[in-house]
Design a protein around this ligand. Structure first.
Ligand SMILES: [Zn+2]
Ligand SMILES: [Zn+2]
Length: 423
């Protein structure tokens, strides 16, 4: 009984990523998370195609790292450690870039790729092995970025302040710095090891110490030359993967987001699943069905329309103006895109259904109709139970008992009025 209930049930109000924000955690569905991450991480992007490319990268990054903070009780943090979120800064442009790439991930050999990205590569992207030696991601090799507009900076280090900054970050430093010399470089030519006069020090550790002490706008990347304590460099950030400035230029030049992603992550595929399947839209009367197999799934659109009409009839509630159904080709793809376990057949938010098992359409259409009418704050057990009661699966004994006592019309009416104090 429990198994059947789980298989048929969608958790209408549950979210898919547990995110640490400030001192607490919030649950976010993946697409809202992606919009907030694009808003938080994007430098000013003029091109909508670059925004779409960044949305796919941010979504893939989240799936790759989901559960990164599991030992602390959540999936991802909302800082640059994972991805910086800024829900308040989501614009209509960002929202449509996220919608246009709904559920799409970057795949490598059938698995979500490690979709690193940075603000500006300064003309040459960095090899992933320089930053994450254990990773082994052949799609993140250093390459020249001809699209990257010039992005140079310089910073003159004050030797006394540098010593203080290094000590504050608990790094070894000579008491006085006379000169800084690059003694080893990465595959892309960035500084890897510095000599400050005593022990060698990692260039990245040096940059982080300077950033923490004086802000991140001075020593912006490890791509520089240094003479007499004058740093002259280009780019911003680690430089691995998609370069936002280069991507933006590609978009301005008229290239599409798939082309942008193919340039920065060569050998990967963009799609809903590891097989590179893409969404196609089949439009019905009220339902729009997004499927990766339009030929095979045409009958599902008819089934969805039928179940929506049945749900309206059964509940006497009005149908929403539009219902969207995303039909995933298999449970693995559904799991990757929604984060729901394979024991859940579908996931419904408002009038948008995500589903892999078409058997669950009846139940989900009831949810759509119920959700459209439910007064804010109506408890999940009641909404979920109503759908379970009305779909005839006998999976909601609590609602069945209420109906026996008060009658179906009264119990359904509680959706709009809220539950009475004593029932
Ligand atoms: Zn984190
Ligand atoms: Zn670049």
């Amino acid at each position: 009984m429990l198994v059947i209930f789980l298989l048929l049930s969608s958790v209408a109000s549950a979210a898919t990523l547990k995110v640490r924000v400030g001192a607490g955690t919030v649950e976010m569905d993946l697409e809202s998370y992606v919009a907030a991450a694009v808003a938080g991480e994007a430098s000013v992007l003029r091109s909508n195609e670059a925004l779409k490319a960044l949305a796919v990268a941010a979504r893939t990054y989240a799936i790759y790292y989901r559960g990164r903070h599991a030992s602390e009780g959540y999936d991802l943090c909302a800082t640059t450690h994972c991805q910086r979120l800024d829900s308040g800064a989501v614009t209509a442009r960002i929202q449509s870039a996220v919608e246009a790439t709904f559920g799409e991930l970057l795949w490598y050999q059938g698995r979500p790729a490690f979709a690193a990205y940075s603000r500006s590569c300064g003309g040459v992207t960095e090899d992933a092995s320089a930053v994450w030696p254990e990773l082994g991601a052949p799609y993140l090799r250093s390459r020249r970025d001809p699209y990257c507009p010039p992005d140079t900076w310089q910073w003159r280090a004050d030797p006394v302040e540098v010593v203080k900054a290094l000590l504050a970050s608990q790094l070894h430093t000579p008491p006085r710095i006379r000169d800084i010399v690059i003694t080893a470089r990465t595959a892309s030519g960035r500084a890897r090891v510095l000599d400050l006069g005593r022990q060698p020090i990692s260039a990245t550790a040096f940059r982080f110490a300077i950033g923490r002490a004086f802000g991140w706008n001075l020593l912006r990347s490890d791509r520089y030359e240094v003479h007499n304590l004058l740093f002259q460099g280009s780019g911003e950030g680690h430089g691995v993967g998609l370069c936002q400035r280069g991507a933006d230029q590609m978009g301005v030049d008229g290239r599409g987001y798939r082309e942008i992603l193919a340039f920065y992550y060569p050998g990967t595929a963009v799609g809903v699943s590891g097989r590179g399947l893409a969404w196609q839209r089949l439009a019905g009367e009220t339902v729009a069905l997004f499927t990766t197999r339009p030929e095979a799934d045409r009958a599902v659109l008819e089934q969805a329309e039928r179940e929506l009409r049945a749900a309206v009839q059964r509940t006497n509630l009005p149908a929403p103006a539009r219902v969207e159904v995303r039909l995933y080709p298999d449970v693995a793809t559904f799991r990757d895109a929604t984060g729901e376990p394979g024991t859940v057949a579908a996931y419904t938010v408002g009038s948008r259904i995500q589903i892999w098992n078409r058997e669950a359409l009846r139940h989900e259409m009831l949810h759509v109709v119920i959700e459209a009418q439910a007064k804010p704050g109506t408890p999940v057990w009641f909404r979920e139970g109503l759908a379970g009661y009305l779909d005839g699966s006998g999976s909601a004994p609590r609602i069945a008992a209420l109906v026996q006592r008060y009658g179906e019309t009264t119990v359904l009416g509680w959706l709009k009025t809220g539950l009475p104090r004593n029932y």
